[in-house]
Every structure is written in C-alpha cells, then in structure tokens.
Design a protein around this ligand. Structure first.
Ligand code: HEC
Ligand code: HEC
Ligand code: HEC
Ligand code: HEC
Ligand code: HEC
Length: 498
C-alpha cells in the first residue's frame, strides 16, 4: 500500500466514525479530496506554509524579480511607446506569464497595480505546466487545476493540492530542458525590413552541446546544473520522508538592483557560479626585441555558451596590465567601474558578448531594434573526445598586443601580468540610453555591479582570473611551456588542465 492510500484510508475511517453519510461516498477510491482553490494556489505565500525553504530560495531569485525588475519595466514601457503598442504582451508573457494567462494585462504597463502573485515567474506557473508546445517565446500550457506537478514519483499526500509526477518537471529527464529552455529562448519580432532574429539562444545552444543526452548516460539538463540537489524535506509536514530536494535560487548573472529578499545570499551565489565558469591561461613569449602574450579563456562549466541568454546586454571584458618592475609596459580593458565600456578607446579590447545592430548598422540597445547579431561568446562543450577538433571549441584565444595596435606587434618584456575577467550584467551604455529617454531612474543605473571572475589571488591580494610571473610559470601544476610566436613561451594557468 502506498503512503497516500494508507493516509486516505485512515481519514475515511474517521469520517465513518462521525457518521457523515454524505461524505462517505466521497471516500471511495477515486473520489478527490477537497484541496485549496486554484486562486489560492497561485499565491507563492500559500506554498510557504508547507514549503518554507523552497519559498525562501525562490523569493530572492530572478524568477521572483522578473516582473518588478525596474530595468524590465523601463524597457517594456519604452518598447510600447516606440512601437505604438505593437510589442503587445511579447515581453510580459515571460516576465509575468500568469498575469497574461489570467487576462490581467495585455502590455505589462499595469504590473505595479496587479496582485503580486500574477507578476514574475511563480511556483504555480512552473508547477502547473501540462505541455510544452514549442521551443521559444514561452509556449508553455498550464492545466489551471489544483494538481502540482513535480519530479517526485511517490509524493506523500498534501492537504493543499493534488500531486502528479511529470517528466517535464524531473531534472533527471531530458524533457525538463524543454520546459525551462522554451521560456529561455527569445525570437524577436523583426524591425521593418529585417528578418526575425533569434536574440536569446540558451536552449538552442544547450541542444547543440554534449549535455543534450540521456542524463543516465552523462547528459545534464538545465536543472542538473541550475537546481543542485541535497537530502532534505520536500515539505514541512508530518510523515514526509527525507528525500532529494532541489535548490530554487537560480543564481546566474543578474541580481536585484532594488531592496529585495535574500539579496546578499543571491549575490554571493552569483559570484560563486561566475568564479567557476572559466579557466584562464596566459603565455608570454620573450623574443629578442620584445614580447608577445596569448590569453586563452576556456568555458569549463556552462552547458551552453558564455555569456548566454541576454548576451546582448551583458558586458564581459578582459582587463590586462603588464608590468616591468613597477612600470606599466602594456594595458588593455582598464576602465573606471562607473564608466560605460563604449567610451573606452582601446583597439585591443576583448569583449565576450553578442554585438547587436539596427537595420542601419548602428549598435542596437533595445530588443525591438535588433536586426543583426554578431556573437562573440565562448561556445559550450561539443565533445569529450580530445582528438576531435571540436574539443577545443570551448577555448578562445587572443594575442596581445594585437597587430593593429603597434606596428611591430611587440611590447617590452614584462615580469608580471595581471588579468581580470570582468562582467557587468547589463551595459551602462544600454542603461544610459534608458535614463536619457526618461524611462529609468539614474539610481538604478548606478546600482549595476561589476563582478570579477576567478579565484586566483594576485600578489596584491586581489581576486584575478590569472596572474603571470616567471616564478609562477615554473609551478609544477599551474605552470607550463608551449610554442608561441616561434619560441617556447612560459605559461601560467588558473587551474590544472581537465
Ligand atoms: C498544506 C501543506 C502544503 C501546501 C500549502 C503546499 N504543499 Fe506542496 N506538498 C505538500 C506535501 C506534504 C508534499 C509531499 C512531499 C513529499 O512527499 O516529500 C508536497 C509536494 C509538492 C510537490 C512535489 C510533487 C511531485 O510529485 O513531485 C510540489 C511540486 C509541490 N508540493 C508544490 C507546491 C506549491 C507550488 C504550493 C503552493 C501553490 C504547494 N506545494 C503548497 C504539502 C503542501
Ligand atoms: C522556474 C520553474 C520553477 C519555479 C518558479 C518553482 N519551481 Fe519548484 N521545482 C521546479 C523543478 C524543475 C523541480 C524538480 C527538479 C527535479 O526534480 O529535478 C521543482 C521541485 C519542487 C518541489 C519538489 C521537491 C524538490 O525540491 O525537488 C517542490 C516542493 C517545489 N518545487 C516547490 C516550489 C515552490 C513552493 C515554489 C515557489 C516558492 C517553486 N517550487 C517554484 C521548478 C520550479
Ligand atoms: C515563464 C518563463 C520561464 C520559465 C518556465 C523558466 N524561466 Fe528561468 N527565467 C525567466 C525570466 C523572465 C528570467 C529573468 C528575470 C529577470 O532577470 O528579470 C529567468 C531567469 C533565470 C535564471 C537567472 C538568470 C540570470 O542571469 O540571473 C536562471 C539560472 C534560470 N532562469 C533558469 C531556469 C531553469 C533552470 C528553468 C527550468 C527549471 C527556468 N529558468 C524556467 C523565465 C523563465
Ligand atoms: C553543465 C551545466 C549547465 C547546464 C546543463 C546548463 N547551464 Fe546554464 N549556466 C551554467 C553556468 C556555469 C553558467 C554561467 C555561470 C553564471 O552565469 O553564473 C550558466 C549561465 C546561465 C544563464 C545566465 C546566462 C547569461 O550569461 O546571462 C542562464 C539564463 C542559464 N544558464 C540557463 C540555462 C538553461 C535554460 C539551460 C538548459 C537549456 C542551462 N542553463 C543549462 C551551467 C549550466
Ligand atoms: C521568451 C521569454 C522572454 C521574453 C519574450 C522576454 N524576456 Fe526578458 N528575460 C527572459 C529570460 C529567460 C531572461 C534571463 C536571461 C539571462 O539571464 O541571460 C530575461 C532577462 C531580461 C532582463 C534582465 C537581464 C538583461 O540584462 O537583459 C531584462 C531587462 C529583460 N529580460 C527585458 C525584457 C524586455 C524589455 C522584453 C521585451 C522586449 C523581454 N525581456 C522579453 C525571458 C524573456
């Protein structure tokens, strides 16, 4: 007998005892127990009664922030104005999907007036999905019933809701990637005269990666990486067993820019995720009349490209400073934290992101203006086979100085090179554009952080992606030699080769 049957049987016995005749018929095997109303189940606070940990983690997540994010609200409002309302429910269908489904909004301009449970990606929206009818722009279909779907095949009974196992909600099943992925890929309506653009492609990138395989044979779904599991209680209710439960904080890149629950925790999680994403290696080749350097960045943990998703808004760049004694002999990517990268005149600047353009070829900052994309992100892994040239797709390399910057392509030989990989979740040029048009408050722009990626400590005691010195290049684990510019260069990496 399953736990559920057992529990129901006791409940029926109790009812028989008080001789509630009318209820007796309700105790037959198939009769549904009365549960909470759908309206009540739509409120995340309802779930907090029995799932306090899931609620706390989710409450600080970007899924909870999606519909109150001031940058989202500003962009959507500007989009409605600039397209004379043609944008419709395009944005809000993902950022407040329940509000659209319930007919509470058609354009997202009234989100601040709605019941909070309709705004953002809430518990009910994910856990009530019954079908996925596409690959992008949120094609998810809800059942709008009182059954909450999850990955547990043998759940204990819940007084609040019926439960059902769904492969769409089981991170150990490939189907679950389609649930997450179809809401994470965005195809934008084209500006007049341009073709439709696949602007955000995390799901498509993951599908092309080696992780798109049966999870019992080495595949990894979105949840495998973004919802790490631990032993615990899925519900704080009597009789619930210890089992595998999944984190609901979904940290990646964005953090709340306004007061919001769990902000410090989210920021720490984001930093931890970002720190583990790249491996860096710097080689310095000392030639007769100078030196050249090569920096290799490798995507070691993302199951898609890096950055991914909103890669058009992300600003990821390399800051490299080479010293001879205390004298700076070369630098690239050095900019004050509050200055937009677009103001930096630096032909050697290495940026990892999607460059987006309008139909006239000028940079596009707004989704609805994008006519063309030039990706400059690091690919995800395609194969485990080192003999396959695709193995090195995750490695991208840059020479410094670049040929364009110095006629002889050489620099003075350094004895120390400090490399930082820096990430700003959203470009200040994009935010300044929204401030200038009167849609965004400057205080939000000024709250946008910069993260430094990596866990190496420099001689100055700062976190850096990698630091090169002759001494470090002799390190048995992190140092190495390889051919560069015709000589044997000294290399230092941030982590051993996998
Ligand atoms: C009155 C307590 C209670 C409330 C309120 C409640 N749940 Fe549950 N829920 C449970 C119990 C008990 C389980 C079974 C846990 C187990 O077996 O480990 C459960 C299981 C689940 C599961 C797992 C289903 C499966 O088969 O994988 C999901 C998903 C879920 N709840 C979501 C929610 C959401 C979302 C809400 C808010 C709309 C909610 N619950 C409100 C008690 C509750
Ligand atoms: C973005 C979609 C999404 C949102 C939003 C979401 N969940 Fe989940 N949740 C999942 C997925 C996916 C799983 C199953 C993961 C697995 O089994 O690999 C899950 C699992 C669960 C489970 C089963 C136990 C476990 O940890 O595996 C419970 C209970 C649950 N969620 C409750 C909630 C509650 C409560 C909220 C809101 C406070 C919420 N979820 C919000 C996607 C979501
Ligand atoms: C209803 C659409 C929808 C579904 C379904 C959905 N997401 Fe999201 N997700 C979003 C939106 C919208 C945001 C960004 C909110 C913001 O930053 O304003 C987001 C943010 C995230 C982030 C944080 C990104 C960042 O840069 O900080 C991660 C990680 C994530 N989702 C993973 C998942 C996973 C894993 C699943 C499946 C279990 C999933 N999502 C399902 C819409 C969705
Ligand atoms: C092998 C592990 C892995 C898998 C599989 C994976 N991711 Fe990621 N994801 C990462 C890592 C690592 C990062 C980068 C670290 C960070 O953003 O903090 C990341 C970043 C992201 C981001 C933020 C991207 C950005 O630059 O703005 C989103 C959104 C996201 N993942 C969603 C997904 C979705 C949706 C899927 C499934 C289609 C998925 N991920 C599959 C590991 C994974
Ligand atoms: C298909 C679902 C979907 C649609 C449609 C969508 N978004 Fe998003 N949005 C997301 C997801 C998923 C993320 C997180 C991506 C990531 O972290 O890389 C996100 C992130 C964001 C962010 C924060 C991250 C950033 O720097 O961009 C903003 C702002 C945003 N979206 C605005 C908009 C606006 C404005 C529109 C309409 C023009 C829109 N979104 C349409 C799913 C969607």
């Amino acid at each position: 007998m399953t736990y559920a049957r057992h529990h129901e049987a006791k409940w029926c016995a109790a009812l028989t005892f008080v001789a509630l005749l009318s209820q007796l018929t309700a105790c037959s095997e198939e009769a549904p127990e009365p549960k909470y109303s759908v309206e009540r189940l739509m409120k995340p606070e309802t779930c907090a009664e029995c799932h306090p940990n899931h609620y706390r983690e989710w409450s600080g997540s970007m899924h909870a922030y999606a519909g109150v994010d001031p940058v989202f609200l500003a962009m959507n409002r500007r989009g409605q104005e600039e397209t004379n309302g043609a944008l419709g429910d395009f944005c809000v269908k993902c950022h407040a999907p329940l509000a659209v489904a319930m007919g509470a909004t058609t354009d997202g301009l009234n989100l601040t007036e709605l019941e909070p449970e309709l705004v953002g990606v809430g518990c009910y929206f994910c856990h009530n999905v019954k079908a996925v009818e596409g690959t992008h722009n949120n094609p998810l279909v809800l059942a709008f019933d009182d059954t909450l779907r999850g990955g547990i095949a043998d759940p204990a009974p819940s007084r609040a809701h019926h439960t059902a196992y769904s492969p769409l909600m089981d991170g150990d099943r490939l189907e679950s990637a389609a649930m997450c992925g179809s809401c994470h890929d965005i195809t934008v309506p084209s500006p007049p005269g341009a073709a439709e653009v696949a602007l955000e492609r995390t799901f498509a990138e993951w599908q092309a990666s080696l992780f798109n395989a049966d999870p019992t044979r080495g595949g990894l779904t979105c949840s495998s990486c973004h919802m790490p599991s631990r032993r615990g209680l899925a519900a704080d209710e009597p009789g619930v067993p210890q089992r595998r439960v999944h984190a609901h904080g979904f940290p990646a890149v964005d953090i709340a820019l306004t007061p919001f629950p769990e902000r410090e925790q989210q920021r720490a999680w984001v930093q931890r995720e970002l720190d583990a994403t790249l491996r860096a290696e710097l080689c310095v080749a000392e030639l007769v009349d100078g030196a050249v350097m090569e920096l290799v960045l490798e995507n070691v943990s993302a199951g898609h490209r890096f950055p991914s998703g909103a890669a058009h808004d992300r600003r990821v760049w390399v800051e490299l400073i080479a010293l001879a004694g205390d004298r700076e002999v070369y630098q690239s990517g050095v900019i004050a934290d509050d200055a937009p990268l677009s103001t930096l005149s630096d032909p050697d600047l290495w940026q990892l992101r999607d460059f987006t353009f309008k139909t006239d070829g000028s940079p596009a900052h707004m989704f609805w203006d994008v006519a063309r994309i030039e990706p400059a992100t690091i690919p995800g892994p395609l194969t485990f086979n080192r003999a396959d040239p695709d193995f090195f797709a995750t490695h991208v390399a840059r020479r410094y100085p670049r040929a364009s910057s110095t006629p002889n392509q050489l620099m003075e030989a350094p004895d120390r090179v400090r490399v930082r990989v820096r990430l700003r979740p959203m470009g200040l040029d994009v935010l300044d554009d929204l401030v200038a048009s009167g849609h965004l408050d400057r205080s939000i722009r000024n709250a946008m952080p910069v993260f430094n990626l990596g866990t190496v400590t420099s001689q100055d005691g700062d976190p850096v992606a990698v630091e090169w010195t002759r001494e470090r290049s002799e390190d048995p684990v992190l140092g190495s030699r390889r051919e560069l510019a015709g000589v044997l260069a000294r290399c230092v990496s941030s982590a051993p080769q996998r």
